[in-house]
Design a protein around this ligand. Structure first.
Ligand SMILES: Nc1ncnc2c1ncn2[C@@H]1O[C@H](COP(=O)(O)OP(=O)(O)OP(=O)(O)O)[C@@H](O)[C@H]1O
Length: 279
C-alpha cells in the first residue's frame, strides 16, 4: 500500500513531539524507523495508524481498490473497520493478564473480517499467522503464562492475522532471542506488505531494512538506503555515540561497531557533531 507522510506534526503535553515530517516509505518494502528514546517513533507510528489525528499535515494511504485516477486518502478519514482490515499496528507490549488462550488472542486480529454471525470467512488465517510468527507451538497455552519473548511472537501473529496492506511494528524484536529476531525480521521483510518498524538495534536495521527514517527530537534527521544513511557522523549527531561502520564481508551491508566509551551526561546537549555537520 502506498504511504505518504506529508508534513505531519503533533503536540503531546504541550510540546511538538512530531514536528513536520515528510517521508515516503517505499511500497511493499521494510522501512526502519530509528532514533533515540523519546525522538517520536511511537507517536509517528500512531499517526500513521490513524490512532492520532495530526495537528498539521496528513498521512495519506492508497485506496483499497486502486483506481489510477483516485488520489490517496488521509488515513484518519478511513472508517474503523476499513482501517483495521488494511493497517495493523503492533504496539510496545503492555502487561496484560487476559484469560485467553494464545489461539484466541491471535483470532482477535480476525475481528475486522468476521461476518455478522461472528464467523471468520478464512478459517486457516489464524494457523498461518501462528506459523509465520513461529508461535504454533504456543497455540494452546494460556496467554497469561507466557514469557516476554513468547508474548511478542503472539503479538506479531495477531498483527499478521489481520493480513494488512500496511504493517506497523513498534520494536518487534523486543524480548526476542537472537534467532527469533533474525527470523521474524527476515519473514517481515519478505512480506508484500508496506512495513514500518521502529527499531533500536541499528545492526538489525542495517541488515534487514530496505529504507530507514531517522528521527531526532521529532524531526526527520535522515532518510534513505541504510548503506548511505547509517554513517558514523550521523549516528554521532543523533545518538551522541562514536562508532565505526564496517562492511559485512558476505552481504555488503553496514555493520555498526561500538566500543566502550565514556557515557555522555546529556546527549541532547553535548553532541560534538551536529546534524548539520552530518548532512
Ligand atoms: N501522552 C503523552 N503526553 C505527553 N508527552 C508524551 C505523551 N506520549 C509521549 N510523550 C512524549 O513524546 C515524546 C516522544 O515519545 P515517543 O513515545 O513517540 O518516543 P519514542 O521515540 O517512541 O521513544 P522510545 O524509543 O523511548 O520508545 C517523548 O518525549 C514522550 O515523553
Amino acid at each position: 500500500m502506498e504511504l505518504t507522510i506529508d508534513g505531519v506534526r503533533t503536540r503531546l503535553g504541550g510540546r511538538w513531539v512530531v514536528d513536520g515530517i515528510d517521508a515516503t516509505p517505499p511500497t511493499g518494502a521494510l522501512t526502519g524507523l530509528l532514533g533515540p528514546n523519546g525522538s517520536g517513533k511511537t507517536t509517528l507510528l500512531r499517526l500513521i495508524a490513524g490512532l492520532l489525528t495530526p495537528e498539521g499535515g496528513a498521512v495519506l494511504v492508497g485506496r483499497a481498490d486502486p483506481d489510477p485516477a483516485a488520489a490517496p486518502v488521509p488515513v484518519h478519514t478511513l472508517g474503523r473497520r476499513a482501517r483495521a482490515r488494511r493497517i495493523a499496528l503492533l504496539e510496545q507490549e503492555s502487561a496484560s493478564t487476559v484469560p485467553l488462550s494464545v489461539r484466541e488472542v491471535v483470532a482477535l486480529g480476525r475481528i475486522p473480517y468476521r461476518t455478522l454471525w461472528g464467523a471468520d470467512p478464512d478459517d486457516g488465517a489464524v494457523d498461518r499467522a501462528l506459523d509465520n510468527a513461529r508461535a504454533t507451538h504456543l497455540a494452546d497455552r494460556a496467554w497469561s503464562d507466557l514469557s516476554g519473548g513468547e508474548r511478542q511472537r503472539v503479538h506479531i501473529a495477531r498483527a499478521l492475522a489481520q493480513e494488512p496492506d500496511l504493517l506497523l511494528l513498534d520494536e518487534p524484536t523486543n524480548h526476542l532471542d537472537v534467532s527469533a529476531q533474525l527470523s521474524v525480521l527476515a519473514f517481515v521483510r519478505g512480506l508484500p506488505t508496506t512495513t514500518v518498524a521502529a527499531l533500536h538495534d541499528l545492526n538489525l536495521a542495517a541488515t534487514f531494512c530496505d529504507h530507514v527514517l531517522v528521527l531526532s527530537d521529532g524531526h526527520l534527521a535522515a532518510a534513505g538506503d541504510p548503506r548511505e544513511v547509517l554513517r558514523p557522523d550521523l549516528i554521532r549527531a543523533v545518538y551522541g555515540v562514536d562508532c565505526d561502520v564496517l562492511t559485512h564481508p558476505r552481504t555488503g551491508r553496514p555493520v555498526i561497531a561500538f566500543a566502550a566509551q565514556e557515557p555522555a551526561r546529556d546527549t541532547s546537549h553535548s553532541r560534538e557533531t551536529t546534524l548539520e555537520d552530518a548532512r
